[in-house]
Design a protein around this ligand. Structure first.
Ligand SMILES: Nc1ncnc2c1ncn2[C@@H]1O[C@H](COP(=O)(O)OP(=O)(O)OP(=O)(O)O)[C@@H](O)[C@H]1O
Ligand SMILES: [Mg+2]
Length: 257
């Protein structure tokens, strides 16, 4: 059965889209059939994190009843399947986010897992992404303003019957001002912390290059943390043998010459 997992926060800019693109890239590389959907309709940017060119049919067209989900699906050269949203202000005209759950339903059966990027705040767009979800993963910085906002999202999602499976602490630096893992979990009523993604300058570097950091630099600390997150989410041993794969494929290339 397909899982629909939304990646949500409360506060903007905490790393939701970064988590979606990297988790999607790792799971795809491990052979999982995942589809990334940009549910951030007003300020969409998943396609920019992945370097997807302007795409003629987007989620906005599906929500306007002008297209079906398979028409809006883009297969990235890395194999990651993405349903991008439109980037222009005109895309919003006539778009009804309340159609999102039905649009996501169209993917059921064709994909093992949908990773749904969500907007910041608790407006109708966010509510539509919650309605479309079975499960939710929260992303927060280890500080009070971020946690105060994410707690509201958690409570709303639980009231709406969504299973909030855990929280990702992003931008972890280990500085004294930061809340520790236990404090973050306590603030979220004992929610498990499924990953701690370190602050890593390779992440903005990868975003600038329109690549997930796990592709840009598989060995940097953030990439390792994203692979651990993927293992936690699937509760499986994943085939994530990056370093060796690189050497083997380089050797294979050498012998072909
Ligand atoms: N672990 C990290 N280390 C360093 N920079 C990071 C990290 N995670 C995210 N960033 C940077 O933070 C910025 C915001 O990340 P991102 O776009 O994923 O946030 P968001 O929650 O999706 O934002 P929005 O609410 O606007 O959709 C990006 O420029 C990204 O490069
Ligand atoms: Mg985002």
């Amino acid at each position: 059965m397909s899982r629909v997992l939304s990646i949500a926060s409360g506060k903007g800019g905490v790393g939701k889209t970064t988590v979606v693109s990297n988790l999607g890239a790792v799971l795809t590389e491990a052979g999982k059939n995942v589809t990334l959907v940009d549910g951030n309709l007003t300020t969409a940017n998943l396609s920019m994190h992945l370097g997807i060119p302007l795409y003629p049919v987007t989620l906005h067209d599906v929500l306007k009843d002008d297209a079906m989900m398979p028409e809006a699906m883009y297969v990235h050269p890395s194999g990651v399947k993405v349903v991008p949203s439109g980037l222009g202000i005109d895309d919003m005209e006539g778009t009804d986010s309340r159609n999102l759950p039905l649009a996501i339903d169209e993917l059921m059966g064709d994909t093992e897992m949908v990773l749904l990027d969500t907007p910041a705040g608790l407006g109708q767009e966010t509510i539509s992404t919650i309605e479309a979800s079975d499960e939710m993963l929260l992303v927060t910085h280890p500080n009070m303003p971020s946690l105060t906002d994410v707690l509201k999202t958690k409570n709303l999602a639980e009231d709406m019957g969504v299973d909030v499976i855990g929280a990702v602490i992003n931008y972890h630096t280990g500085s004294r001002e930061e809340l520790n893992e236990q404090e973050v979990s306590d603030m979220l009523d004992g929610l498990p912390i499924v990953a701690k993604i370190p602050y890593d300058k390779k992440v903005p570097e990868a975003v600038a290059m329109k690549k997930p950091v796990v592709h840009h630099d598989p060995h940097t600390p953030a990439s390792k943390a994203f692979r651990e997150l993927a293992t936690e989410i699937t509760a499986e041993e994943l085939d994530l043998n990056y370093g060796k794969k690189g050497i083997l494929s380089r050797l294979a290339g050498f012998f072909k010459v």
